[in-house]
Design a protein around this ligand. Structure first.
Ligand SMILES: O=C(O)C(=O)C[C@@H](O)[C@H](O)[C@H](O)COP(=O)(O)O
Ligand SMILES: [Zn+2]
Length: 354
């Protein structure tokens, strides 16, 4: 069992990582935060696999719980789905002392968290990540959101969970592409902050060491969250690969998943940075080899024009500038503001392999 305290300007909370914790999650919740009534929010895939274990454990711990199940997929991460969740909470007469439990991957946590942020102007919620991506990234830091037709995560709130409970046994049921999605964010953490983690991922697979590797990743992410919870500066480094990645997700109508799009986005940023002489050492070749190792894509299937158009909606755009995150060396990236007129040149350099 591993424990880590996340500090943020929106509150401090524990992350508990323990294989098999879903079986006794009710008791674990009762020892950390006192709760009588909960709504478990999950998608149809996770419902089939883990909802009964969780619901039974909550009941044994004396927590009255109802369940809301939504259709999986990024295309359902919408305000309409959140409205349905809000209506369900109201029907169940949830009050300000009651709690939402998000059981699932990043999409589930983002929507359940956003619902918690706005229902009755804010109630508590717990993150129970069941994917690698949610465990090492989305469950920590309080970014909650839905997509708009204009782009990814364009409406949301900063709303921190009260507790994060992670059972790495759930990773054993992940489809290979969902497994790879999580590895993309892990490689990102290595690229922006920890060259030792990057080299570990080059040499060893993480499967036999989940508790340590999740802890290591959460401490990287939590370091940025503690220094800049509301994403106005240094936290934006966590967006390495995301400006182009979000554009790729949008251009693909979300048929390319988040981690896969971020993998391509990181490669584009690396190629552009290397060509423009921003890198202090070669980064493109080692990044490509580690992405290949985890079966992640490295080439952009869209034109530079369509990527530029989609990227103009990025949240890191401030007027006529957009903040890119570019690698200097493995384990170190920098924030690199670019005027909008120069964006096409960066995107072109990132797409072209010569
Ligand atoms: O927590 C952060 O900060 C991140 O940027 C982590 C990202 O991996 C994550 O995908 C996040 O949701 C993207 O944030 P956004 O502000 O670009 O929507
Ligand atoms: Zn991400």
């Amino acid at each position: 069992m591993k424990k880590y305290q996340v500090n943020s300007s929106g509150g401090n909370y524990d992350v508990v990582i323990d294989s098999g914790l879903l079986e006794h999650i009710g008791a674990l919740i009762q020892t950390s935060i006192s709760v009588k009534k909960m709504i478990v929010i999950t998608d149809f895939n996770v419902d089939r696999l883990y909802a009964d274990i969780v619901m039974n454990s909550l009941e044994r711990a004396g927590i009255s719980a109802a369940k809301y199940v939504f259709n999986p997929g990024e295309e359902n991460k919408t305000i309409q789905t959140v409205l349905q969740m809000l209506d369900f909470l109201a029907q169940q007469q949830m009050t300000r002392s009651d709690v939402i439990l998000a059981l699932g991957g990043g999409i589930c946590g983002d929507m359940a968290g956003f619902t918690a942020a706005i229902y009755l102007r804010g109630i508590r919620f717990l993150q129970v990540p069941t994917t690698i991506l949610a465990a090492i990234d989305a469950s920590v830091g309080g970014k909650t959101a839905v997509n708009l037709s204009a782009g990814k995560n364009l409406a949301g709130a900063f709303w921190q969970p009260s507790l994060v409970l992670c059972d790495p046994q759930t990773f054993s049921t992940l489809p290979p592409t969902v497994f790879s999605d999580g590895m993309a964010e892990m490689i990102k953490h290595g690229m922006i902050a920890d060259k030792t983690l990057f080299h570990e991922l080059q040499e060893n697979r993480p499967e036999n060491n989940w508790e340590n590797i999740i802890l290591q990743n959460i401490s990287i992410k939590a370091g940025f969250v503690a220094r800049d919870t509301r994403d106005t500066g240094i936290r934006q480094l966590l967006n390495f690969g995301h400006t182009f990645g979000h554009a790729i997700e949008k251009c693909s109508y979300y048929s390319i998943s988040h981690g896969h799009a971020v993998a391509i986005g990181m490669m584009m940023a690396a190629r552009a940075a290397e060509k423009k002489g921003i890198c202090l050492e070669p980064v493109t070749e080692p990044l490509k080899s580690v992405l290949d190792r985890y079966h992640l894509p490295t080439d952009c299937p869209f034109t530079a024009e369509s990527i530029v158009l989609a990227a103009l909606q990025d949240k890191k755009r401030f007027g006529d500038r957009i903040q890119l995150v570019l690698p200097e060396r493995i384990g170190q990236c920098l924030l690199y503001p670019v005027v909008i007129d120069d964006l096409a040149d960066f995107v072109n350099s990132g797409i072209r392999k010569d």
